[in-house]
Design a protein around this ligand. Sequence first.
Ligand SMILES: [Zn+2]
Length: 163
Amino acid sequence: MTTQTHHVDPVDPVDHLDHLDHLDHLDHELIQAATQVARTRCRGDHHTMAAAARARDGRIITAVNAYHFTGGPCAELVVIGAAAAQGAYALDTIVAVGDRDRGVVPPCGRCRQVLVDYFPTLKVIVGAGDRLRTVSLTDLLPESYIWADHRLDAEQTAPIATS
Ligand SMILES: [Zn+2]
């Protein structure tokens, strides 16, 4: 990892604060990781999206989707398995980036549901350009159906999430 220093020109204080407000708590390293994988690893029709997740222990786990007409998993779902394979069962933040420089792409409906059941407190990076922001997954899925609340064996089974 390299340390970069950027010379920052003086800016209008109001504009500067406004800019900071949009980027507050934005995990740029995570976006960069997903962007890098999207640019270098996505090939053809099979792999069109990359995702990066920040594990609770600080690690970044990346993955790409496995597109298939039978319902191949999105990159966000592959990253769950990739994280578990590395012993990272608690994820704090996730972002998905499209190939062909499509930028950050919000999670689809299925992914939102899976993610909320696995990681109820997960944060998601959405938006583009200076509208990039971090939101709660539950903000993307209001009035959520929570799978664990409706399982027949819910009373005997520990929750899936390790928050
Ligand atoms: Zn999806």
